[in-house]
Design a protein around this ligand. Structure first.
Ligand SMILES: [Mn+2]
Length: 430
């Protein structure tokens, strides 16, 4: 692990919160993610299962967490099952978690090897009334590949057909949407690494650099600081920025163009998600500045609007109405266009066609209860944009915020965003 150790208190508390939500005499089981194959004998580096991490701090492949709060045997109330670190495994794959290390990381006192899982599962299943199993229930998940959780669910139902099976995901979505203090601190660390990356770019970007060189600068800064890309970075100069998911990052940044950077670092599996748009030559044209400030005003007002109790769809609609007005000011829409605006047919749709933001946490598009209003402890991104392919540029700005009882807290308040700041920092870097 590149990140510094995290106190096991976080995971102890997370399990206690889940235990409180489970009905009497219930069992919950969560599996690690698969190590995904590539070509030939290749495989990707494991992407830790975020639910397993949330409940245990364990990032190691093949691990299983079993939670049975009402177990008769106290040692069966929380159990971690891990790969046994044999000598052969150590030689080929390096250090694996020992039982002691797993207990220190997770706070789970009963740690067993995977070979013990079938028997312990049988003991627990025969005592439990209902079983909560996990699935990826993210609204936009493309579930084309079976996960370990999916395969286990089928095996378990086949072996124990008379149990009552229930969905664990809605409980975890409810819990994970609300970030605790230590979680917000980890997100703040991811934000701070992202800030360092952006400040490095303000010194680096000039006409003639390529998008992939910009990406390489970020990789250096993120990885040196114990982070890494939270998602494939979008480094899009000129009209490339009008392709929302442009990730080729293979073009030259030209004099006079804007450069859109949708980049974020992760830290300890928690993510930052930032977008900035800067002039390649360090100086905004008047038109670029006008569009930029329209987006900046909308971002600031939308941050203020992210209050407890707000529904996402209303928050989105308020931003669309602001962008409508800005587009009139920019000469892109007429007052007649705006008069025809409806929720289903937003007037701004041609220039601002995507969502205003999303929950952020252990996943970049984090889980949250379906259609629930914003609540204290939610972390959200706020990312309005205006896309002008005919003029060869786009502006999107994105900050990460924390929803609190006392109003929104901008976690990226100290990352440069004003036109004058950006110009001054870019000039200072020359
Ligand atoms: Mn985002």
């Amino acid at each position: 692990m590149r990140h510094l150790p995290i106190s096991s208190d976080l995971f102890v508390e997370n399990r206690a919160k889940l235990a409180k939500m489970l009905p009497p005499n219930s069992l919950a089981i969560v599996h690690a993610n698969d190590v995904l194959p590539t070509n030939a004998d290749g495989s990707l580096k494991i992407c830790p299962n975020t639910d397993l991490f949330y409940l245990s701090g364990v990032e190691q492949e093949e691990s299983i967490l079993l939670i049975y709060p009402d177990a008769f045997e106290p040692k069966h109330r929380e159990i971690l099952f891990l790969r046994e670190p044999t000598e052969l495994l150590q030689i080929w794959e390096g250090q694996k978690l020992t039982q002691e290390a797993a207990t220190a990381a997770s706070g789970v006192t009963t740690v067993k090897w995977l070979k013990d899982f079938p028997q312990v599962l049988r003991d627990c299943m025969l005592g439990a009334d209902q079983v909560f199993l996990n699935r990826n229930e993210h609204r936009r998940a493309a579930a084309v590949v079976q996960t370990r959780d999916d395969r286990f669910l089928l095996e378990c139902q086949q072996q124990y057909p008379l149990h009552t099976y229930r969905r664990l995901a809605p409980l975890l979505h409810q819990l994970r949407a609300v970030k605790s203090g230590p979680e917000v601190d980890l997100i703040r660390e991811a934000v701070s690494i992202t800030k360092k990356g952006f400040e490095r770019l303000l010194k680096f970007v000039k006409p003639g650099v390529t998008e992939h060189q910009v990406e390489a600068e970020l990789a250096h800064e993120f990885i040196s600081n114990r982070g890494g890309f939270a998602y494939t970075p979008i480094v899009a100069s000129g009209k490339n920025a009008c392709g929302l998911h442009y990730i080729d990052n293979d073009q030259v940044c030209n004099d006079g163009d804007m450069l859109l950077l949708d980049v974020g670092s992760n830290y300890a599996n928690y993510n930052a998600d930032m977008t900035r748009t800067i002039p390649v030559n360090g100086k905004f044209t008047e038109r670029q500045r006008d569009v930029y400030n329209a987006v900046l005003r909308t971002m600031r007002a939308s941050i203020e609007g992210a209050v407890v109790g707000k529904l996402h769809r209303d928050w989105q609609h308020e931003a669309q109405e602001m962008i409508n007005e800005e587009l009139v000011g920019l000469g892109l829409l007429t007052k007649e266009d705006v008069a025809k605006h409806t929720r289903d047919q937003p007037a701004c749709k041609k220039y601002f066609m995507h969502g205003l933001g999303h929950p952020l946490g252990l996943d970049v598009h984090d889980v949250a209860p379906v259609d629930a209003p914003f609540a204290p402890g939610w972390v959200l991104t706020v990312e309005p944009g205006i896309y002008l392919p005919d003029e060869g540029f786009a502006v999107r700005l994105e900050n990460d915020i924390l929803v609190t009882e006392n109003g929104p807290v901008d976690l990226m308040a100290d990352i440069p965003v004003e036109v004058e700041e950006i110009e001054a920092l870019m000039a200072a870097g020359k």
